[in-house]
Design a protein around this ligand. Structure first.
Ligand SMILES: Nc1nc2c(ncn2[C@@H]2O[C@H](COP(=O)(O)OP(=O)(O)OP(=O)(O)O)[C@@H](O)[C@H]2O)c(=O)[nH]1
Ligand SMILES: [Mg+2]
Length: 195
C-alpha cells in the first residue's frame, strides 16, 4: 500500500501555462464547488489542514499539487460556483481546459458529487470530457453523513441512473466526517498506480 501519511503540499497554479511538468502519475479530484474535494484530500492523507477547507464555496481557486512518493494528488478548483465573477469563471475554464489539454500523466480521476443534490450541467460536461479524453474515473458520493440511512440507497440509485450510459462506472459513498469510503479511495489509488 502506498504511503498517504507523508504527502506534502507542493504548489498552487492559477494559470495553465505556469503548470509544472507532469513527471509523475497524477490522481485528480474534481467536482463542483463545496462538494468536499479538499476535505477528502485531508481525510485520505490523515491531516487536518493540508488542503484548505471552507464553508464558503469557491475556496480553492488554483490547481493545487500534493506530492507523494512516486505520484501526485491534484485538487482541481470547484466548478459551478455561480456567484463567481465572469472573469473568474473564464480564468477557471482556461485553467481546467489547459490542464486537461496538455497530455499530462493523468492516471485516474475521482469525480465528487454531493449525494444530496442532482448532478449539475458541469458534472455532465466533465463526464463527457473524461470519456472523450479516455481518462478513467470513479464517482465519489460525498457528505453521506448528512443523509438518513433509509434514504441512502434511493439517492445512490438516483445518481447512478442519472448517468445511465455509464453504469459500469464505480461509485464510492464517502464521508469526511465518519471516514466511510476512505479505504476504498486509497486502495483504488493503489490499484491504478500499479497499472
Ligand atoms: N457533513 C459533511 N460536511 C462536509 C464533508 N466534506 C466536506 N464538508 C463540508 O463542506 C464544505 C466544503 O468543503 P471543502 O472540502 O472545502 O469543499 P471543496 O470541494 O474543496 O470546495 P471548493 O474549494 O470551494 O471547490 C466545508 O464546510 C466542509 O466542512 C462531509 O463528508 N460531511
Ligand atoms: Mg477546495
Amino acid at each position: 500500500m502506498k504511503n498517504f501519511n507523508e504527502i506534502e503540499f507542493e504548489k498552487a497554479f492559477g494559470t495553465a501555462n505556469q503548470l509544472a511538468k507532469s513527471n509523475f502519475p497524477e490522481i485528480v479530484f474534481a467536482g463542483r464547488s463545496n462538494v468536499g474535494k479538499s476535505s477528502l484530500i485531508n481525510k485520505i492523507c490523515n491531516r487536518k489542514n493540508l488542503a484548505r477547507v471552507s464553508a464558503t464555496p469557491g475556496k480553492t481557486i488554483t490547481i493545487n499539487f500534493y506530492k507523494a512518493k512516486g505520484f501526485r494528488l491534484v485538487d482541481i478548483p470547484g466548478y459551478g460556483y455561480a456567484k463567481a465573477a465572469k472573469m473568474e469563471q473564464i480564468r477557471w475554464r482556461n485553467l481546467i481546459n489547459g490542464y486537461f489539454g496538455m497530455h499530462r500523466n493523468i492516471h485516474f480521476l475521482f469525480l465528487l458529487i454531493d449525494i444530496r443534490h442532482p448532478p449539475s450541467n458541469e458534472d455532465i460536461i466533465m463526464v463527457d470530457m473524461l470519456n472523450a479524453l479516455a481518462i478513467p474515473f470513479t464517482f465519489v458520493l460525498t457528505k453521506i453523513d448528512k443523509t438518513a440511512k433509509t434514504k441512502m440507497a434511493a439517492q445512490v440509485n438516483y445518481v447512478i441512473s442519472f448517468f445511465n450510459l455509464k453504469k459500469t462506472i464505480k461509485h464510492i459513498p464517502f464521508s469526511a466526517i465518519t471516514g466511510q469510503g476512505t479505504n476504498e479511495i486509497k486502495s483504488t489509488i493503489n490499484e491504478v498506480l500499479k497499472q
